[in-house]
Write a protein that binds this ligand. Structure first.
Ligand SMILES: Nc1ncnc2c1ncn2[C@@H]1O[C@H](COP(=O)(O)OP(=O)(O)OP(=O)(O)O)[C@@H](O)[C@H]1O
Ligand SMILES: [Mg+2]
Length: 272
């Protein structure tokens, strides 16, 4: 099977990637949103995807998580059984393989409580179906208590303790972003994709977010981050890919990417 390991020399050549994107293209009618993208995510690291508005960043996340199928190319995830192709799988199957995400435009059940939003994240890991929920045998009640305890732990992990009874839509913006992260973590991922988690946050909230991302890494979850806030990106990333007009134009460590002339041009225009 093709592996992008052969294509990259920038990252430890012998280390095994958790996820590899191989020549992925996504077209919408006449628009090529992502063109022949190659990248790999190393376990235990923060990899960031940056680039100007409309570069194709969210589209690539959508392809990885099965929200929109890639037009061509392969997406490979390392599992206990070896590399597994996922580019044709449904989003719920991809979640079960240990990939979770948050959305650029927050997608919470805004009328439900904070606690119930996290319980939704735990749902794929539970046994009780519709009949269990209606007939409520004792094991369903026990399972529900376990789910609640588990959901409360994710809330606490994300700094949302004491907010469990609040209506999600009433939370301040920064807290809603944290709640999305809590819900994504509740699915038990090995890889978490964060699409602009710092958007709309003030500097203090962004700093707290950095601390949360570090905690997520320490808990053993690999992070793939889309972010416009360069303080966040340069601070936390182990490796960065730069997307411009659907193509990866540069990659490297934060120091390498910051001084790359193509990156400076993509962000600031050729006048600079
Ligand atoms: N569902 C869709 N249908 C048609 N075109 C789309 C769709 N999703 C994205 N596009 C187009 O694909 C291109 C890339 O969009 P995308 O949202 O991936 O960019 P982005 O890098 O995430 O930008 P931003 O930083 O503004 O979030 C844009 O030209 C966009 O209009
Ligand atoms: Mg986007």
């Amino acid at each position: 099977m093709t592996s992008t390991s052969d294509l990259h020399t920038g990252q430890a050549a012998n280390a095994e990637a958790l996820l590899e994107v191989c020549s992925v293209t996504k077209r919408f009618g006449g628009v090529t949103a992502v063109r022949e993208a190659n990248l790999k995510l190393m376990p235990g690291k923060v990899t960031s995807l940056i680039g100007p508005n409309g570069a194709g960043k969210t589209t690539l996340f959508n392809a990885i998580t099965g929200c929109i199928p890639a037009t061509s190319g392969q997406i490979l995830v390392r599992t206990a059984q070896g590399l597994r192709r996922i580019e044709q799988l449904r989003p719920d199957r991809i979640t079960r393989l240990g990939i979770a995400r948050t959305f650029q435009n927050i997608r919470l059940f805004s009328n439900l409580t904070v606690l119930d939003n996290v319980k939704v994240g735990l749902h794929p890991r539970t046994r009780a179906g519709m009949f269990g929920a209606i007939l409520r045998p004792p094991w369903v009640t026990r399972e529900e208590a376990t789910i609640t305890r588990s959901a409360m732990r994710y809330l606490e992990f994300c700094g949302l303790e004491g907010r469990d009874g609040d209506v999600a839509g009433s939370l301040p913006y920064g807290y809603q972003r944290r709640l999305e992260i809590a819900r994504a973590l509740a699915t038990g991922p090995r890889l978490l994709l964060l699409d602009e988690p710092a958007a709309g946050m003030n500097p203090a909230e962004s700093r707290d977010l950095l601390d949360l991302i570090r905690k997520i890494l320490e808990s053993g979850v690999t992070v793939f981050l889309i972010e416009h806030d360069m303080r966040v990106v340069m601070n936390i990333s182990d490796y960065i890919y730069v997307l411009d007009h659907g193509e990866i134009i540069a990659e490297g460590t934060p120091a390498e990417v910051r001084s790359n002339p193509r990156v400076i041009e993509a962000y600031l225009g050729s006048a600079h």
